[in-house]
Structure formats: structure tokens, C-alpha cells
Design a protein around this ligand. Structure first.
Ligand code: SF4
Ligand code: SF4
Length: 283
């Protein structure tokens, strides 16, 4: 973008979660105190870096595991949300934690990407969290993984959510959907079609590596979370010389946080104003 706006997907060393989802490698993993200290220091360093920039920044925290049960993620989001150069401060979360902290944030900038894991939390508890966020005026999307056992809970959640809250459905990794199955999920999420199949991406233009980057705790910059090549480091500024339009080197892109940036898809329009937290424009 001409104003130097940079979108950053940040993922630090944290790799632990309070939930135990069968489909997740981070289920019930624990981080030792040294790793938690490292994660906290890395996040604080990153937040300071953002505060020192003179161009607009949007941030999505995409931790392995759950960040919001850690005080430093809540603090970082509050701080980022108040920075004049930050347009969006968002995080992916299972919403297991408390929500009071959001009262300290600038709600025009804060956003949550909340995932419902029906094997880990009751309908009433999760829906209660969503209603609480809505009452607080917090901007958020909610979603589920499109597994057969999630269909009934997803329908019930959709029925209980305020209509202004968007519920997305992610195609389960490696799963193919018959047209009938896809229609059932599309009845819950009208945009399920974008998730149903991985998007062929090889050679196609993707904004990552130009106006979007992935940053690790040590500042290592890659174009996205899925392409391992390193562009430089955030903290010594070496990544900047590498930012330019570049085609995707991978065969396919199957995750919203990646393919939303594909220029061959219309998703910057579909999600205008809510690209990182996955809220469709005008929902
Ligand atoms: S809540 Fe998310 S990170 Fe935690 S176990 Fe489930 S899928 Fe994994
Ligand atoms: S299309 Fe996906 S995998 Fe390819 S560069 Fe973009 S985000 Fe990365």
C-alpha cells in the first residue's frame, strides 16, 4: 500500500494450550517457565518495535496454542490497540479466558478471531462468552472446524449468536466434502466455499512478502507462515529490502490467514475492514 501499511502475522515461542482438541498437536501441551519467559520477552520486544514505526501496522497474533490466558498477550493487545499507527490488533483464541481486559483496549482497533471447540467447552459457556463480547462492543468473528461431529453444535451456535456476529467454517484439513455436505456447511457460513478446497497458488501473486509478513519471536521474517524462506529480520531492518511483489512458491494455500492475501482471490474486498479477524465487509 502506498502509505507503507504493513500487515504482520506474529507467532512467538508459545506452544501450549489449556484445551485438548483431538485434531491439534498443541493440545494440553505445557511450556516450561523458561519458554514462557522467552515468549513474554519476545512479545514485549515486538510490541515496542511496532510502537516505534512511523507507518501504519495491522497485527494478527497466531500463537500455537492459546495466548489470551497469558497476561502478556492481553497487555500487548491493549497497548497495540491504543497506538496511533496501529489499525488492527487481533488474535486467534479459543475464548477460554476472561474478557474483562477488553475494557482497557481501544475497541475501534481490537479484534478477536474466536474458535469454538465443541469437545472442550459447552454450548452455553461458549455462547455466553460470545454474548459477553458482543455486549462489550468487542469486534470478533467465531468459527468452527467443519467436522461431521461439529455440524449440530455449529448450527446451535449460529442460532444462538447475535446475527451481527459472523460464524465461519473451516474445511477440516485433508477432508473433502460432497456437494450435500458442503451445502449443509454453507447454510451456516455462506462463505464456506472459499474454505472447501485448498486454493491452487503456485506462481500466483500473493501480497505476502510485500505488504504482509510473518514474524517469529526472534524477529525472523518470512513472507507467510507456510513458506519457510527467510526474508530477513524485523529488528535489524534487513527484511525491508526484501519486500516486493512475488509469486507464491507453494502448490496450494489452504488456510484463511494465507489465502486471504492471494491477489487472484477477491477476499480483500469480501473481508474489507476485517481481513485479519475474518469478518466479511458489511456483515
Ligand atoms: S484450542 Fe486450539 S490450540 Fe488449543 S488444543 Fe484446541 S485447536 Fe489446539
Ligand atoms: S498463497 Fe499462501 S502459501 Fe502462498 S505465499 Fe501466499 S500465504 Fe503463503
Amino acid at each position: 500500500m502506498s502509505d507503507g501499511h504493513l500487515t504482520i502475522l506474529y507467532r512467538g515461542p508459545l506452544a501450549s494450550c489449556d484445551y485438548d482438541c483431538a485434531y491439534c498437536p498443541f493440545a494440553k501441551r505445557r511450556d516450561d517457565p523458561a519458554r514462557l519467559r522467552e515468549d513474554r520477552a519476545a512479545l514485549e520486544r515486538f510490541t515496542e518495535w511496532v510502537a516505534a514505526q512511523d507507518h501504519p501496522v495491522s497485527v494478527l497474533f497466531t500463537p500455537w496454542g492459546e495466548g489470551l490466558v497469558r497476561s502478556w498477550y492481553r497487555r500487548a493487545l491493549v497497548r497495540l490497540s491504543h497506538l496511533p499507527n496501529v489499525r488492527r490488533a487481533a488474535i486467534q483464541t479459543n475464548l477460554s479466558g476472561r474478557t474483562e481486559w477488553t475494557a482497557e483496549a481501544d475497541l475501534a482497533t481490537l479484534a478477536l478471531w474466536a474458535t469454538y471447540h465443541p469437545s472442550q467447552v459447552t454450548h452455553d459457556r461458549f455462547l455466553g462468552k460470545c454474548r459477553d463480547l458482543a455486549e462489550r462492543g468487542v469486534r470478533f468473528s467465531v468459527g468452527v472446524v467443519g467436522l461431521p461431529e461439529h455440524l449440530a453444535p455449529a448450527r446451535a451456535l449460529r442460532a444462538g449468536l447475535p446475527p451481527e456476529v459472523y460464524l465461519w467454517v473451516n474445511a477440516a484439513e485433508g477432508r473433502s466434502y460432497t456437494d450435500d455436505e458442503a451445502a449443509e456447511w454453507t447454510a451456516i457460513d455462506p462463505l464456506f466455499g472459499y474454505s472447501r478446497h485448498p486454493h491452487p497458488s503456485a506462481g500466483r501473486p500473493c501480497r505476502t512478502g510485500e505488504s504482509v509478513i510473518s514474524v517469529a519471536g526472534d524477529g525472523t521474517v518470512r513472507r507467510c507462515h507456510f513458506v519457510p524462506g527467510v526474508l530477513g529480520n524485523l529488528y535489524d531492518g534487513t527484511f525491508r529490502a526484501a519486500l516486493r511483489p512475488r509469486p507464491c512458491p507453494a502448490a496450494a494455500c489452504d488456510c484463511h490467514i494465507g489465502y486471504v492475501h492471494l491477489e487472484s482471490l477477491p477476499l480483500y474486498d469480501v473481508f474489507a475492514g476485517g481481513i485479519l479477524e475474518r469478518i466479511p465487509h458489511g456483515w
